[in-house]
Design a protein around this ligand. Structure first.
Ligand SMILES: NCc1[nH]cc(CCC(=O)O)c1CC(=O)O
Length: 337
């Protein structure tokens, strides 16, 4: 042995690189894998027909009318994507102080759900009940005297959730962070014969700058008065987030979500460890846009970072990821098989 090397004798026996030396060893020891089964695809729906409208702040993502969305959802199902999450961008004339359009049985989101159920019965449909797509002020709840009123908002979203389930939603995913909503939605669903409709709680939703492009997508950016700090969690608080999730678990959530994703991997891990429920991360609009924008400038390898970030969610304990990249990822995984 060449004694001039600085690696000492003990270290010399412990070579981490042995398991990394070839493609076959690396495959053998790989701890986590990203598969198509991990993906949930969020999509934006607009009124009308024949519409595929690019979202400037999210290159590669479109708002689609229901007919076009049906085609896209069919393709997603054919690729093996298990579920979609739908968000409506409704006409400004329909938005009002209380978000009353959320309680119209055949509103845009429920029309979309019914159409997907009929045309693509084998894909899961996840719907949000937050009021922000429906309110004239862009908040997730009812605004009264400058305050987002909790209990009144919960009453309304329970009714909206039941209508969404009536239209065919498989999972209700409330994102508005009102207190007590999970238990209330569970009771509402059970009382209306929807025992099999699940609840994926946006259990830990942080007050984040990463939502910017989404607000452009559903046209709430210009509407939003103030901020959402009185109902979303502060990015500074991890233990509070775990407590919030604990309440949702007690109230009957079937699955938990962490949102945004990549800057909150510690929360994913803590929540998976604490409760053992299925945990999903939402790789939100700003995360998508960061990767896209840098890749479009040739500054990073966008495809590589897309795959890496999603794999890291798995390593952090997530069972799956909501991602605007879902279709691209599914195509890539199909090709690599
Ligand atoms: N209920 C609001 C809602 N529903 C989905 C997102 C963000 C999704 C994303 O950024 O991709 C938000 C956040 C917000 O506008 O405050």
């Amino acid at each position: 042995m060449d004694k001039t090397h600085l690696v000492d004798e003990i270290t010399g026996h412990r070579r981490m690189r042995r398991n990394r030396k070839a493609d076959w060893t690396r495959r053998l020891v790989q701890e986590n894998r990203l598969t198509v089964d991990d993906l949930i695809w969020p999509i934006f729906i607009v009124p009308g027909t024949g519409i595929v409208d690019p979202i400037a702040a999210m290159p590669g993502v479109n708002r689609m009318s229901v007919d076009k969305a049906v085609e896209a959802v069919k393709e997603a199902a054919d690729l093996g994507i298990p579920a979609i999450a739908t968000f409506p961008d409704i006409e400004m004339e329909l938005r009002d102080e209380t978000g009353s359009n959320s309680l119209v049985a055949n509103n845009l989101i429920n029309q979309a759900t019914a159409a997907f159920k009929k045309a693509v019965p084998n894909i899961g449909i996840i719907t949000d009940v937050a009021l922000d797509p429906f309110t004239s002020h862009g908040h997730d709840g009812i605004l009264r005297d400058g305050i987002i009123v909790n209990d009144e908002t919960v009453d309304q979203i329970v009714r909206a959730a039941v209508m969404q389930a009536d239209a065919g939603a498989d999972i209700i995913a409330p994102s508005e962070m009102m207190d007590g909503r999970i238990g209330a939605i569970r009771r509402g669903l059970d009382a209306s014969g929807h025992q099999d409709v699940g609840i994926m709680s946006y259990a830990t939703k942080f007050s984040s700058g990463f939502y910017g492009p989404y607000r452009e997508a559903i046209n709430t950016r210009g509407l939003l008065k103030g901020d959402k700090n009185s109902y979303y969690i502060s990015p500074a608080n991890g233990t509070e987030a775990v407590r919030d999730a604990a309440l949702d678990v007690e109230e009957g959530a079937d699955m938990l979500m962490v949102k945004p994703g990549i800057a909150y991997l510690d929360i994913c891990w803590r929540i998976k460890e604490a409760f053992g429920l299925p945990v999903f991360a939402y790789q939100v609009s700003g995360e998508y846009t960061q990767i896209k924008a840098a890749a479009m400038n040739g500054w990073i390898d966008g495809d590589r970072i897309m795959m890496e970030t999603l794999l890291c969610f798995k390593r952090a304990g997530c069972d799956g990821i909501l991602s605007y990249f879902a279709v691209d990822v599914a195509r890539k995984l199909a090709k690599n098989r």
